[in-house]
Design a protein around this ligand. Structure first.
Ligand SMILES: Cc1cc2nc3c(=O)[nH]c(=O)nc-3n(C[C@H](O)[C@H](O)[C@H](O)COP(=O)(O)O)c2cc1C
Length: 211
């Protein structure tokens, strides 16, 4: 078993990838399974993950991501997108799927349905999208740690024009909006960022202990 703090100290937001090194299909499948297994509030999974291998598409995305070279030099990029239609239809679809998976009648889920719809009622669409975005970032955290466990480098990126990316990929028509791009692959030996000191606040600045 790997030492978790060693793994987390090893990982860093990789700035220069070795464009000759590709992630194996087995490792990529594992990472996609990590995303699929990520927890979310009520289990609603209000997300999609778009895996981009195609170099022409990556070049187009680089143009709208402040020319960050990680986009084209990495093995893949994965776009983390949240659903925008957080409403009772989405809840119904999820509960129908749950009933089928658990082989129970949908009526058994009525109480749960009321609870979810009740918590969404009266909230603005902006607030519901914020809720969905929080779920997406949970998946991001899981994903970055899992990459490190597999000795895979990653760079999470919010530095891109979200509207342009949504337009390029037609995400709006799918009721989706992009929030983060994660480039994955293997660090270049020339990436000086790998040697940078980790800047993290001291324990006493981060934790409040109530005894
Ligand atoms: C949500 C998020 C967005 C980020 N966006 C970018 C980005 O656009 N470009 C970049 O080079 N690094 C980006 N970073 C990397 C952070 O700057 C980096 O994680 C932080 O400085 C801590 O350093 P470390 O991850 O190397 O330990 C992002 C990180 C996160 C979590």
């Amino acid at each position: 078993m790997k030492n978790i703090t060693e793994v987390l100290n090893w990982r860093y937001a990789t700035k220069q990838f070795d464009s000759n090194k590709k992630i194996s299909k087995e490792n990529l499948d594992t990472l996609l399974e990590v995303l699929r297994l990520s927890p979310s509030s009520y289990g609603l999974q209000p997300w999609k993950f778009i895996v981009v291998n195609n170099i022409e598409m990556k070049s187009k995305i680089r143009e709208i991501a402040y020319d960050q070279s990680q986009i084209t030099d990495s093995s893949q990029i994965i776009i983390f997108a949240n659903k925008k239609n957080i409403d009772s239809n989405l809840v119904d679809e999820y509960l129908q799927f749950t009933a089928k998976e658990k082989n129970i009648s949908i009526e058994k889920l009525e109480g749960f349905k009321g609870m979810i719809n009740g918590s969404f009622a009266g909230r603005s669409s902006e607030s519901l999208i914020n809720w969905a975005t929080c779920q997406l970032y949970l998946a991001l955290g899981n994903f970055l740690t899992s990459c490190a466990i597999l000795d895979i480098d990653a760079c999470p990126m919010e530095g891109f024009d979200r509207n342009k990316l949504d337009e390029l990929l037609g995400l709006s028509s799918m009721n989706l909006e992009s929030k983060v791009i994660v480039a994955i692959g293997y660090r270049s030996e020339d990436d000086k960022s790998a040697l940078s000191k980790k800047i993290r606040f001291a324990k006493e600045d981060v934790f409040i202990e109530l005894n």
